[in-house]
Design a protein around this ligand. Sequence first.
Ligand SMILES: Cc1cc2nc3c(=O)[nH]c(=O)nc-3n(C[C@H](O)[C@H](O)[C@H](O)COP(=O)(O)OP(=O)(O)OC[C@H]3O[C@@H](n4cnc5c(N)ncnc54)[C@H](O)[C@@H]3O)c2cc1C
Length: 242
Amino acid sequence: MTHGAAHAADLMIVGGGIHGCSAAMFAARRGLDVIVIEKDTVARHASGSNAGGVRRLGRHLAEVPISQHSMQIWYGLPDLVADDCGFQVAPQIKVAETEAELDGLRKRAATLRGMGFAHEVVLERDALRAHLPAVADHVTGGLACLEDGFAQPYQTTFAIARKAKAEGARIFEGTAVAHAGGGLHSGAMALRRSGHGGQASGTLRRELLPGSGFRAQAEGGRLCAAPSPKKPDSQAEDQGSG
Ligand SMILES: Cc1cc2nc3c(=O)[nH]c(=O)nc-3n(C[C@H](O)[C@H](O)[C@H](O)COP(=O)(O)OP(=O)(O)OC[C@H]3O[C@@H](n4cnc5c(N)ncnc54)[C@H](O)[C@@H]3O)c2cc1C
């Protein structure tokens, strides 16, 4: 973090995981001035350590439209972030161990077709074994999303963070939001430099809404923010160093 520099932004995002970084990337692409505050490092937590699945199979029906849209983004990701993110197509398959379970999967596929979605397909006994030759004999069939896949979590999140920065977003690692409250208009928030015993100094200022906002300044080892005056100064200040 560039302690000592003054900052103003249209949007402050807490957390440098895939959600924070991609929100920053898309917001910055639309012209917003964006800050991401990350207490550790980008992708340090769930976004860097997971099974890597990129899955539409079995989503709650309410999630299906957004998961379809999301998959379109995955297929276009190399163009979007100049990195393939390790994405590979690999069918995701749910298996049925009984006829009754297979009937349930058929009904699910029919429901989706009724909603206009054909991405989940029923695999009858032999078709399933073409995909899973070692599956147990008693398995009756399955439901598959043949164009689902997996990706490399760190690679993906880093690539999106890089693109967010290229679009102008500023990502401050090693900085925790210690407290946020007071609602959008008061915008009280306290920031803490993570893993640093020393004194934090500098000014971070942000307008949350026109005519409101918060102002953050060094207080001992913390960057603390409090509601700024109704009409904050238009000029950002640089009040510190370090
Ligand atoms: C490629 C990929 C594949 C995936 N595959 C699977 C899968 O197969 N199965 C599955 O279950 N899930 C999967 N996921 C999802 C994953 O498990 C998480 O649900 C997801 O990454 C969460 O993202 P996030 O940004 O919300 O959270 P996180 O990655 O946890 O990011 C939150 C960030 O906020 C920061 N933070 C927290 N508090 C503060 C604070 N006070 N101040 C500042 N910063 C703070 C944290 O340090 C953290 O870095 C996948 C994710 C990716 C990227």
